[in-house]
Design a protein around this ligand. Structure first.
Ligand code: VGL
Ligand code: ZN
Length: 241
């Protein structure tokens, strides 16, 4: 840059009152999760990564991000998709239906999936590199054969509670930060239900990966924004060491 240009810039910056602003003041303050906040780690299971029964593109990439984030939280909740054999969300349970199509069940629309995350199988186990020794509770969901549960709070009949809202409330938790798989299904439904149950809710975008079926990812972000779910990145959170 020519000196004349630099001088001009500095003079106009001073005129605008910017001269005293140093870099640390300009940098956005990071979010420091309080003692009444919880990290929810949704469905980081073998079924949802390469080699699993319903792999989410890049699913395993959330593991190191979540491991690192976890050190910033006093409270951690882990969830597991935990289906019966022959579960109603499996295409195989509906003769003539193919995975990724939709049907109407008693409680409403249901996307049909490949058989996945069957209780007690290796496929349903947490990813082996997920290191969350301080996690306090594991919520399993989708264990009623006739009802799916994307949300960690409520099953798809929108009536049956998993118990997570009560658990968090009894522990004085006010804010949840949602991570894991998949952004547009279990993460989104969990974040939306967190709002419904009165929690402040954040989704940490780069700690999630999406299935993105027929525009479901864009639709999920739109719905979440409408309900006051805050969309952030892992770098927005203060992680020490
Ligand atoms: C999920 C589809 C079916 C998820 C679970 O964890 O997002 N998606 N079951
Ligand atoms: Zn499932």
């Amino acid at each position: 840059m020519h000196n004349t240009h630099r001088r001009t810039f500095l003079q106009s910056a001073a005129a605008l009152g910017l001269a005293g602003l140093s870099a640390p003041l300009i940098a956005a303050a990071k979010i420091k999760p309080a003692a009444n906040a919880a990290l929810i780690v949704v469905d980081v299971q073998n079924c949802f990564v390469d080699g699993g029964t319903l792999p989410v593109k890049g699913g395993a990439e959330v593991v190191p991000v979540i491991n690192k984030l976890s050190t910033a939280f006093e409270n951690i909740v882990v969830t597991q998709d935990w289906h019966t054999q022959g579960h109603a969300s499996f295409a195989s349970a509906h003769p003539g239906q193919k995975p990724f199509s939709s049907i109407k069940l008693a409680y409403g629309n249901q996307v049909l999936w490949p058989d996945h995350c069957v209780q007690g199988t290796d496929d349903a186990a947490l990813h082996k590199d997920l290191k969350l020794p301080t996690a306090q509770v594991i919520i399993r969901k989708g264990f009623h054969k006739g009802v799916d549960s994307y949300s960690a709070f409520e099953e798809a009949d929108r009536k049956t509670a998993t118990g997570l809202a009560g658990y968090l409330k009894q522990r004085g938790i006010k804010t949840v930060f949602v991570s894991g798989l998949a952004t547009d299904f279990c993460v989104a439904w969990t974040a939306l239900d967190a709002r419904k149950h009165g929690f402040e809710a954040y989704v940490i975008e780069d700690a999630t990966r999406a299935i993105d079926l027929n525009g479901s990812l864009a639709a999920a972000w739109k719905q979440m924004a409408a309900k006051g779910v805050k969309r952030i990145q892992s770098t927005d959170i203060e992680v020490v060491a």
